[in-house]
Unconditional design. Structure first.
Length: 322
């Protein structure tokens, strides 16, 4: 990091200040969406990936581009289409002038990857991101190529139009730390958006944090102490989502087909640590776990036919489990 800290407390205070600066810079371009911005930054400081779900026109792409501009990171956008191939993402080996094979890197070799409309490409191409998201590397022709760190995949989906799409398999959804739902802006926010975007004023966003600082803060988050009762609460909450399990909640037995796995427990604690730091606390409590539970569990539990028939949403089930 550019600053030397005598203790983790000083580093935590620096993270809190950096978070405030990032929100201020992002707010120059993005109107509202405070909770979405908070969750995205939380995931990045936890070294996690995000899935953003929202109808067209809610500035999902602009938000991710703005966050990349606030950080001194390489950024690539990949538009997922039905004809996209795995080599279009990770790269491929080509013959050079001397007829030697040379690896040409694909767009995945960047710090922030915007996977735009990730459900519009077939599973073969979707799976090209699996190794990158989990191992921070790609393997081509038996050779492993490390990706630049920090590395984040921020993917977008349109929840309305499902014709010609390929829903992400459960294994890949599980690798996204958060499933963030973007809602319509309020009336006043939309008035501000229209004013800002229909004039010739182009706000300039300053970069306020570097790759080295982000990695240092990621390490700091993992060093945050957590009491046993908070860990036990997070694990118990995840066990409550598992139908017909010893600690499964009656609600899960009634409305769920599948519950969340151990990655959900890990994500709950990591995100709770970061949520506490961004609230200027030095250790998370149960309220921090509850604050991040919905975006962590939303894509990891599967409703059964009874829940769908009765119109019971995933978010309603999570709220009752909490």
């Amino acid at each position: 990091m550019s600053e030397k800290f005598n203790s983790d407390v000083e580093a935590a205070d620096a993270l809190y200040r950096a978070y405030g600066q990032l929100k201020q810079e992002i707010g120059k371009v993005i109107v509202g969406q405070d909770e979405v911005v908070h969750l995205l930054l939380t995931a990045m400081f936890c070294q996690g990936h995000c899935l953003l779900v929202g109808v067209p026109g809610l500035a999902k792409t602009l938000l991710i581009q703005t966050i990349a501009s606030c950080m001194r990171l390489d950024f690539n956008r990949i538009q997922f289409t039905p004809d996209l191939m795995p080599s279009d993402i990770v790269g491929a080996e080509t013959l050079d002038k001397e007829r030697n094979f040379q690896f040409v890197k694909g767009p995945v070799f960047a710090n922030i990857i915007l996977a735009d409309e990730i459900n519009r490409t077939p599973p073969k191409t979707q799976s090209a991101l699996l190794e990158a998201m989990q191992e921070y590397a790609v393997t081509v022709s038996g050779t492993r190529h490390g990706l630049p760190l920090p590395f984040f995949v921020l993917a977008t989906q349109n929840p309305i139009e499902q014709e010609g799409t390929y829903p992400l398999p459960e294994a890949q959804q599980d690798r996204f730390m958060f499933n963030i739902v973007l809602d319509y802006p309020s009336y006043q926010e939309e008035v501000a958006i229209v004013k800002n975007t229909t004039s010739d004023h182009k706000p300039k966003v300053e970069a306020v944090i570097s790759a080295a600082e982000i990695q240092a803060y990621q390490s700091l988050v993992r060093r945050v102490p957590v009491s046993d009762n908070v860990i036990e609460y997070a694990v118990r909450l995840v066990h409550h989502t598992r139908p017909n399990a010893p600690q499964g909640a009656p609600l899960a037995n009634q409305y769920l087909e599948w519950g969340a796995g151990p990655r959900a427990s890990q994500a709950l604690i990591l995100a709770a640590k970061c949520h506490a730091l961004l609230a200027k606390k030095y250790s998370p409590d149960i309220e921090d776990v509850q604050a991040v539970a919905a975006p962590i569990l939303r894509h990891r539990i599967v409703r059964n036919f009874k829940a769908e028939a009765e119109g019971i949403s995933i978010d309603q089930i999570i709220a009752q489990l909490l």
